[in-house]
Design a protein around this ligand. Structure first.
Ligand SMILES: [Zn+2]
Length: 103
């Protein structure tokens, strides 16, 4: 990648530059598929009466498995993640997700 290209990708913004997007990577318990979802930090979060935010997401893989992986994330008032729960799946890192996609 040349200097200009890296400038361009810096300006257009990759996932790391996506300020409103928060990516979650999971692995389905049933079939092992790696699934990713994007949470919109502006629109998807619900404000809690006791303070902070929460978001619920249901992830379904693209393969022949209809297991629904339920994810719940909790954030504080500054939208910093403080807790995460998952049902029927496991949280994985972006590296693990990319490794699974390329295998
Ligand atoms: Zn599955």
């Amino acid at each position: 990648m040349g200097f200009l290209d890296s400038m361009k990708s810096l300006l257009s913004g990759g996932e790391g530059q996506d300020k409103t997007g928060y990516y979650v990577y999971v692995r389905c318990h049933r079939c092992g598929e790696a699934i990713k979802t994007r949470i919109n930090m502006r629109n998807d979060l619900s404000h809690l009466e006791e303070g902070g935010y929460t978001v619920n997401k249901t992830l379904v893989g693209s393969q022949r498995c209809f297991e629904r992986v339920e994810v719940r994330l909790s954030f504080d008032e500054n939208r910093k993640q403080v807790d995460q729960e998952i049902v029927r799946g496991d949280f994985i890192t972006r590296e693990e997700f990319e490794a699974a996609e390329n295998s």
